[in-house]
Design a protein around this ligand. Structure first.
Ligand code: ASP
Length: 335
């Protein structure tokens, strides 16, 4: 063998042995996640440094919980529920513990989840006894023949499924009580209250190429007559379709239902070939034209994680396998 051929053979053998080496980094498949903790009148003037730091830390912790699931090859549904259960237990957000009060002084929660692979979906509305409404929505999807349960029947199903049941004191916080009292004293409507939003949500693409979306909320302060917003309405507050995207919304629910926000965004991507940002901006623009406000988080089938809002801020975060890892509050932070 000539010197040249010996060198080539030697190089090839080295290359082959190095591909078998256990510590060699293997390229990981793509994953992506975006989360929100509600949109609304979130301006720098209204925020104290302590409050801002506490929200950023809570968002980062929830984002890390979801990213950890995706990094180790877990499903997008597990990532979404890991994020949302964490935010449901955090009284800073309007979901689970710390949910806003109804006019009658109770907490009535709504939640939904959807899988992009099968378009399986589960949703619950008006539940007051279940610690994690998102897990109840998931149980409806996985263990019932239905998509949407409400009120007492949903609570009964939760108990039968062995989900954690808690008393009303678990959800009630002084801060939310004060907001309800302030609203009543000033004779404001549910839509006037300064911090009217605060819903939580997550959307994710896992390493298997499957999307999932979930949303959980206490609704709007002072809501009456068993009012239900967009959050548990599949197609309005939550949507996932592996052919296009996963979306979770937060905002003025009545408008989000009338626009069919989450479905409309994925439809534009699927049928018109728009990218996630263009589709989300167009649909939020539509909400704004009608007089509504709020925001969305979107993850595309290709792993783009984007935000869109027409409010001064939205508690949010995103992380991807290509190294993005950030949380934000004010609208101008994305610019
Ligand atoms: N969209 C929710 C609702 O209308 C409120 C929110 O996003 O905070 O119930």
């Amino acid at each position: 063998m000539s010197f040249v051929w010996k060198a080539i053979a030697c190089f090839a053998a080295l290359a082959a042995s190095s591909t078998l080496h256990a510590e060699e980094p293997v390229p990981t498949a793509k994953w992506s996640i975006a989360i929100h903790g509600g949109a609304g009148t979130l301006t720098r003037e209204r925020m104290t440094p302590e409050k801002e730091a506490a929200y950023r830390a809570a968002l980062q912790a929830a984002l890390d919980a979801g990213s950890a699931v995706l990094k180790r090859g877990g499903s997008s549904a597990d990532a979404v529920t890991a994020v949302i259960t964490q935010l449901e237990d955090d009284p800073k957000f309007n979901a689970g513990r710390g949910a806003v009060f109804t006019w009658d002084g109770t907490n009535e929660m709504d939640a939904s989840i959807m899988l992009g692979e099968t378009r399986a979906a589960g949703a619950v509305a008006g539940v007051g006894t279940v610690r994690h409404p998102i897990l109840l929505a998931r149980a409806v999807m996985e263990h019932s023949p239905h998509v949407f349960l409400s009120g007492k029947g949903a609570e009964q199903f939760a108990a039968e499924q062995g989900l954690e049941i808690v008393g009303p004191e678990w959800f009630a916080t002084e801060e939310r009580k004060r907001q309800l009292e302030q609203m009543k004293a000033k004779n404001l409507s549910a839509l006037d209250v300064e911090f009217k939003f605060g819903t939580v949500g997550a959307v994710a693409l896992d390493q298997h190429g499957h999307l999932a979306a979930g949303t959980s909320t206490g609704g709007m302060t002072g809501k009456r007559w068993s009012r239900i917003g967009d959050s548990p309405v599949i197609g309005a507050g939550t949507w996932a379709d592996d052919r296009a995207c996963a979306v979770s919304g937060t905002g003025w629910g009545e408008y989000f239902i009338r626009v069919g926000v989450a479905h409309a965004i994925c439809d534009r991507m699927l049928l018109a070939g728009e990218d996630a940002q263009t589709a989300a901006d167009a649909v939020i623009g539509d909400v704004a034209t009608m007089g509504g406000d709020g925001g969305v988080i979107v993850v595309s089938k290709d792993g783009d994680a984007v935000f869109s809002m027409n409010t001064p801020g939205m508690y949010r975060g995103r992380a991807t396998s290509s190294g993005t890892n950030e949380v934000a509050i004010f609208a101008d932070e994305d610019e």
